[in-house]
Write a new protein. Structure first.
Length: 198
């Protein structure tokens, strides 16, 4: 009698976990874009996504089926990022590396210049505004999902996104356009937001 529940429950869990693992991997591009917006550094972002995936996959049995997997993953990534920031501060490791941004784009092409300008403008946004804008604009989360990921009120997220869009418009001089910056998820969605409010 004890044997029956022990064999049937793990089989169900394995099937669910396998399906969830596949879904988790499908969110990698969105996770990477969000990580880049937080760290502003390609290598740091890749490390952050890898750590997030390891945590998610090793704790997949803790995910509640029927809830929002994307928001769960973004929450893990965000919490991992801020935990690492606090750890570095405690160790007094110097956070200047986090503000460095890699640019391997030559300034001769118009799209490259615009993309670089957009990335620079995004980097100038306050962290909370940039985070909110990327979650809603680039990652496609609803305001409610973004509020859950950031652990704040719905109105706070809406306010952050609106302020971020307005500041981005000012910083970019309302010049960014989606056709110029296609290919970069963060840049593309921010450009769409800018053109839709301009």
């Amino acid at each position: 009698m004890d044997r029956m529940p022990q064999t049937s429950h793990p089989q169900k869990l394995d099937v669910d976990a396998e399906g969830l693992r596949t879904q988790v991997l499908e969110f990698m591009p969105a996770l990477r874009a969000f990580a880049r917006s937080l760290t502003r550094n390609r290598t740091e972002a890749d490390d952050l996504v890898q750590e997030t995936l390891l945590k998610a996959l090793s704790n997949i049995d803790k995910f509640d089926p029927g809830t929002n997997l994307r928001a769960w993953l973004f929450t893990i990534l965000r919490n991992t990022y801020y935990t690492e920031i606090r750890k570095r501060r405690r160790e007094n490791d110097g956070l200047s590396v986090l503000s460095q941004q890699e640019t391997n784009i030559g300034p001769s092409q118009e799209w490259a210049v615009t993309l670089t300008s957009l990335k620079d403008a995004l980097a100038q946004l306050p962290d909370d505004q940039r985070e909110a804008l990327v979650l809603v604009g680039a990652a496609g989360l609803s305001y409610e999902e973004a509020a859950a990921v950031c652990g704040c009120a719905l109105g706070t997220i809406k306010s952050r996104v609106n302020r971020a869009r307005a500041k981005l418009l000012v910083l970019m001089g309302a010049e960014a356009s989606a056709d110029v910056v296609e290919g970069d998820a963060v840049a593309l969605s921010a450009s769409r937001q800018a053109s839709s409010t301009g």
